[in-house]
Design a protein around this ligand. Sequence first.
Ligand SMILES: [Mg+2]
Length: 269
Amino acid sequence: MIDAMAAQQQTELVATMRRHLAGALIAVDFDGTLAPIVADPGDSRLVPGAIEVLSTLSRAGAHVVIITGRDAATVVRLGGLDAVPGLRVAGLYGLETWHDGNLVRPDEPESIRSLRAQLPAVVAEHGMPGVRVEDKGLSLVVHTRRSPDPQGALAALRPPVARLARGLGLEAKDGRNVIELRLAGSDKGGVLRGVMRELDPVAMLYAGDDLGDLPAFAVVAQARAAGRDAWRVGVVSAEVPELADHIDVAVNGPAELVRLLQQVAEGAP
Ligand SMILES: [Mg+2]
């Protein structure tokens, strides 16, 4: 029964997005959504077919927007996304935007500089092997995926790291074997709301795989409740089981998301 309902949602998504493709909004997360999760974030790459389908959708008049916690320049470089015409990338939860080769980003605040100076010592103090810190410019991320016990390392590091962040007026957010430290008040829901206000899409979808996508899913749910053709597409995994409660359509991994987008793009010039 539940499977049949899910299949019906997917059929409706494809039919409606196709019908309103010119002017539709296709907003997607990057890591775990378009690019498989890898041990080293510097190794992440788009799944095959992603560039082609995003380009087709964009040429057909859809607004294609990547909303990510990473900095925009890195995501564009890793994904080869400058090949997609008209693409926008909202990086660092919307703190910066990249559009057609132009990057707009704010100056680095003092709190981030202090965090960069102090975080390595806090991580080292807990002596967890395999833990690394990723510097995203306007945010820093503690990764425990390469630790022998990722969940244990996360649990041990969360209190001291969160304390450091709080002391600097920053936010500490959990993700898939990561703790992300960033400026307060930025999330994917706020980014998506801004994009929707600007573009006023007739039909839309947002696709994501992680806890950081929940604020964006909440914005889509509001749009649905207000009668807009809007879908929450979850790229589901065993790592984030709670995602299932917040989505309309589930896909098993980035490759399956690309297949869904290919169905939407089918027949487009
Ligand atoms: Mg993700």
